[in-house]
Design a protein around this ligand. Structure first.
Ligand code: ADP
Ligand code: MG
Length: 297
């Protein structure tokens, strides 16, 4: 894994014409996460109660997984957090500040970044350009630039490009930097979305089933990346179908069923919860065990 990251890093540097003294590393410095909390959040679509009084907490320096069968409300919860939908009731806060009701761009500026379950890749842009567009929400000193520790570079107009290169290296996509973004295979488009969400310099990252469609190498890059982001201090929220991945990486797991939290605990507690395993996750767990590559699409 380490050698793979190192290799893509070297390729990124060579292609970007970056001199050795301005080396872009894939080391991640300390990141400021934020406490994300939903309290009794409910949402109905017509007569369909998609979420009922959902309370979750995601802490800085932790990976908080949200799992549950299809239709259980996972994406809806991410949509509420990121301001795409309004809550019917309940509150959502970031380090104690309420963010429910804010438009999505303000939630992004407050430091909450997300990926979409169906990758939302712009047309007619190269992979590198598509990642650069992810910086629209950026309005403070960048965590990714800070690793350069170079004041001249810090102010440079190349910062966007360098950061996009670095985000691409972090997700292992440097070799594809000049390809058309919308021509990439699904797994690569998912990783591209992760890179886009990172260049906006978030405190909280919401990943919606990013592992699905990834091959083994891509899954390894993703797994190592979320662990490193967590260890650096970011708040990572992982909505995921790949149950084995969740058990390996999550510090805290919420299980949704029919729009409500039906279980909450660490991996050992969730794994030992017969109701979770049999009633709600039997199929998912089997599929994940059969196919640790996670390409369940
Ligand atoms: P999950 O991500 O866990 O598979 P979703 O959050 O996508 O589940 O969906 C939860 C429920 O809300 C489903 O019944 C789904 O049909 C419904 N739903 C989600 N988004 C919308 C929407 N925009 N309009 C109407 N119903 C929706
Ligand atoms: Mg979903």
């Amino acid at each position: 894994m380490r050698s793979l990251v190192r290799r893509v890093d070297i390729v990124a540097k060579a292609k970007a014409g970056i001199r050795e003294e301005f080396e872009v590393t894939t080391e991640i410095p300390h990141l400021d996460g934020a406490l994300l909390r939903t309290e009794d959040v409910s949402k109905a679509f017509g007569g369909n109660q998609a979420l009922s009084k959902v309370s979750v907490e995601a802490h800085p320096g932790q990976i908080t997984a949200i799992i549950g069968p299809n239709g259980s409300g996972k994406t809806t919860l991410l949509n509420m957090i990121s301001g795409f939908y309004r809550t019917d009731e309940g509150t959502i806060s970031l380090d104690g500040e309420h963010i429910q009701g804010l438009p999505s761009y303000k939630v992004a500026r407050a430091g909450v970044s997300r990926t979409f379950q169906t990758p939302n890749v712009p047309e007619k842009l190269t992979v590198l350009e598509a990642v650069e567009t992810g910086r629209y929400a950026h309005d403070r000193a960048s965590i990714l630039a800070s690793v350069l520790r170079m004041p001249s570079f810090w102010r440079s107009k190349n910062t966007d490009r360098i950061e996009a290169e670095r985000a691409l290296a972090l997700v292992g996509l440097s070799d594809q930097r000049d390809e058309l973004a919308d021509s990439l295979p699904l797994g690569n488009r998912r990783l591209l979305e992760v890179a886009r969400s990172l260049v906006s310099n978030p405190k909280v990252i919401l990943l919606d089933e990013v592992a699905s469609g990834l091959d083994e190498d891509e899954l390894e890059v993703l797994e190592s990346l979320v662990i490193r982001l967590r260890d650096a201090g970011m708040t990572v929220i992982l909505v995921e179908h790949n149950f084995q991945l969740v058990l390996r990486v999550a510090d805290d797991i919420y299980v949704l069923a029919q729009g409500a939290v039906m279980a909450h605990g660490d991996a050992a507690q969730i794994e030992q919860n017969p109701r979770v395993m049999e009633e709600y996750l039997g199929v998912t767990a089997e599929a994940a065990a059969d196919n640790s590559g996670g390409d369940d699409e």
